[in-house]
Write a protein of this length. Structure first.
Length: 276
C-alpha cells in the first residue's frame, strides 16, 4: 500500500493516465491525494474529474482555486467563463450536477494523523495551527454544501480583500480569506498581508515578500505539507526537508511535468507533458 500526492493536473488527462501507469496505481490498496486544480487551462477537465470520481474512496481531494471558479460558474448562470478558461466540457456535461455536488463535498485542507502529513492547494497563514486549518476549511466546506449560502459565497469570492487574517473576521469576509489562503496564496508582505501579484520563484521575487512557508514562528510549523499552485517554485530536496514543505505543481499544463510524491518515502515520480 502506498500514498501518492499529485500536483495540479489542470485537465491534462493523458499525462494523468500515464502517471498512474508509471505509479502502477492500484485503487484497491493505494491512496491518491489530489492537491487541487484538477481542472481548467488544459484540454480534458471533464475526463480528469470523471477518472478521479471513479476512484471513490481511493482518492483524497482538496479543492483549488480552479475548482472554486468552476463551482462559481456552475452556480451562477449569469457568470461567463474567462477567455483562458477551458472548462466548457464540464459546464455542458449532463453530469454537471453530480460533479458539483461531489466537489462541494470536498475539503480545502487535509491532514492524516497516521502519515503525519497535510495537504493544501496553496498555503497557510502563520497564525493558523493545523487544527485551525482543519476547522476553517470545514467552515468553508459547510458553506459550499449549502445551496443558498454556497451560491452567495461563490458569487462574492472574487477580489483580493481581506488580505490579512483577524480572528474577528466574520461572514463572507472570513470565508473569503479562508478560501484565498488555502487556494491562492504564495507570498506575504513584511506586514503580514497576502500578496497575489507575485508568482515568480523566491530567488526572483521582491525581497520584501516572503513565501508563506518561510514566515517565522508559524503555528503550523513542524507538520509536513504537500501543496500545489506554484509551478514556478523550485525547492531543493534539502530545503523541502528543512522547511517540511513539498511543492508538487511542476507545470504540466504549461508543458512541464506532472508529478506525484510517494508520501511514505517522499520519492518523486514524473511524466513529461505537452504544452496545451
Amino acid at each position: 500500500m502506498a500514498t501518492y500526492a499529485i500536483g495540479d493536473i489542470q485537465g491534462c488527462y493523458n499525462e494523468f493516465m500515464r502517471l498512474l501507469d508509471l505509479l502502477k496505481f492500484d485503487p484497491s490498496s493505494d491512496k491518491l491525494w489530489i492537491a487541487g486544480d484538477m481542472v481548467n487551462r488544459g484540454p480534458a477537465s471533464l475526463a480528469v474529474l470523471e477518472k478521479i470520481m471513479s476512484l471513490k474512496q481511493a482518492a483524497v481531494v482538496v479543492l483549488g482555486n480552479h475548482e472554486l471558479h468552476l463551482l462559481a460558474l456552475s452556480k451562477n448562470p449569469e457568470s461567463k467563463p474567462g477567455k483562458n478558461d477551458t472548462i466548457e466540457d464540464v459546464l455542458s456535461s449532463p453530469r454537471l450536477k453530480e460533479i458539483t455536488t461531489w466537489l462541494c463535498d470536498k475539503a480545502l485542507f487535509h491532514y492524516d494523523p497516521k502519515l503525519r502529513f497535510a495537504m493544501v492547494h496553496a498555503g497557510l497563514p502563520p497564525q493558523w495551527s493545523i487544527a485551525n486549518a482543519l476547522k476553517y476549511s470545514n467552515e468553508l466546506s459547510i458553506t459550499l454544501s449549502d445551496e443558498v449560502n454556497g451560491k452567495k459565497f461563490l458569487k462574492s469570492m472574487y477580489g483580493n480583500e481581506p488580505s490579512i487574517w483577524k480572528d474577528n473576521l466574520k461572514g463572507m469576509e472570513r470565508l473569503k480569506f479562508i478560501a484565498d489562503c488555502l487556494t491562492r496564496c504564495r507570498y506575504f508582505s513584511s506586514l503580514g498581508y497576502l500578496d497575489f501579484m507575485e508568482k515568480k520563484d523566491p530567488s526572483q521575487a521582491d525581497v520584501n515578500l516572503r513565501p508563506w512557508y518561510l514566515i517565522p514562528e508559524a503555528r503550523w510549523g513542524g507538520t509536513p505539507i504537500v501543496f500545489g499552485h506554484w509551478a514556478s517554485l523550485t525547492l531543493a530536496q534539502s530545503d523541502s526537508e528543512k522547511y517540511q514543505v513539498f511543492p508538487i505543481d511542476t507545470g504540466a499544463v504549461w508543458g512541464g511535468k506532472l508529478t506525484a510524491m510517494r508520501l511514505e518515502d517522499k520519492r518523486l515520480f514524473s511524466v513529461d507533458a505537452k504544452a496545451t
